[in-house]
Design a protein around this ligand. Sequence first.
Ligand code: NAD
Length: 432
Amino acid sequence: MVKICCIGAGYVGGSTMAVIALKCPAIEVVVVDISKPRIEAWNSDQLPIYEPGLDDVVKQCRRRNLFFSTDVEKHVKEADIIFVSVNTPTKSRGLVAGKAADLTYWESAARMIADVSKSDKIVVEKSTVPGINYQILSNPELLAEGTAIEDLFKPDRGWKAVQALKDMYAHWVPEDRILTTNLWSAELSKLAANAFLAQRISSVNAISALCEATGANVCEVAYAIGKDLRIGPKFLNASVGFGGSCFQKDILNLVYISECNGLPEVANYWKQVIKINDYQKSWFVNRAVSSMFNTVAGKKIAVLGFAFKKDIGDTRETPAIDVCKGLLGDKAQISIYDPQVTEDQIQRDQQPTSPSAVKQVSVVWDAYEATKGAHGLCILTEWDEFKTLDYQKIFDNMQKPTFVLDGRNIVDGEKLREIDFIVYSIGKPLDA
Ligand code: NAD
């Protein structure tokens, strides 16, 4: 029986290995991690990450041909194929802090593989790294959180460097979707794919500010340009900005590689995508505050949604962190509700700087509770459940005048105005 060991039981390692175990029952898959709580969670009914469809896949395969363990070295030693799926965040210290990828975890995993391996191995690089130089396959992960299980079942692209990997993917990926490129193309395609997606979000967000200034409606503009087949309709929703662990990090990697290769203009081009994203978050805070008579000091603002997008519980680099910080900076009281994000996670992300900042934030488990007595309601994640709330009930329990600040354009502004809400939706005129 072929044995796979995946180092790193995170969003990518856990989801990818669950799908491989499901699709390849003849392969034994062990996911290992240095984090004991993470492995315990994978072995329990409360998986450490939320992904639609993931629970079912794990339940079907766990202890059949899918195992989770902290015994990293033992399983690396026994494996035929080793996937490396450890975190590669942006460096927070040193000369290239805030720019290059931090390969500490990746290097430590690579050294450990070299130390413990006594038989031939195929090492498959799954983490997003800016380049490697020995006999290793590069198979950067292209899944998107929130649709990870769906993406893994129906990938748009796959990468192959040796037949073994191709054979494994061939269990469910059509042959014409398995692409083979050189190593730099594989790694750069991964960075470029995320940069293009982030760029689309920044492009539509840049248009949204112009819409507000001119009286255009960003939803109408996005619909119109999306009809052009060369542009297409996806990823054209104006919002409070992109988040997640990948977009900004991968663009910073592109910027860093461009600078290292003497291409400052290319670096500047990509930097602008991040600048617009930061601008969008402060734009939203400023508009929210100005629409509430130029101050939110002492006012209660209900924040609906904290994850960086719907259908996940991931808050890494979520725009909600900066928006909440902006509101707290103007001395608002905020009450946060997200269907999948825990209080601990939110308090940790807020990194309160003083005891009074802690008192300004409460986390509740119900949208109605969050909005009770609030002056304003701020939507920061596009969860479907926020579209169907009983807004009359919410209005009745809020202060008057009552504001809705829709950072995702998901509520029906017309209906809310009939109730008597004052509505600000990103990129829309005040009466749309
Ligand atoms: P993650 O932080 O959720 O998981 C990484 C795991 O690796 C952690 O649980 C950590 O404890 C473990 N780890 C670190 N060093 C280890 C070691 N030496 N031995 C064993 N375990 C170790 O990260 P993630 O979101 O799964 O991302 C992993 C990689 O995939 C990153 O390079 C990321 O850029 C890339 N990626 C992520 C996504 C995504 O949507 N999250 C999508 C595509 C690619």
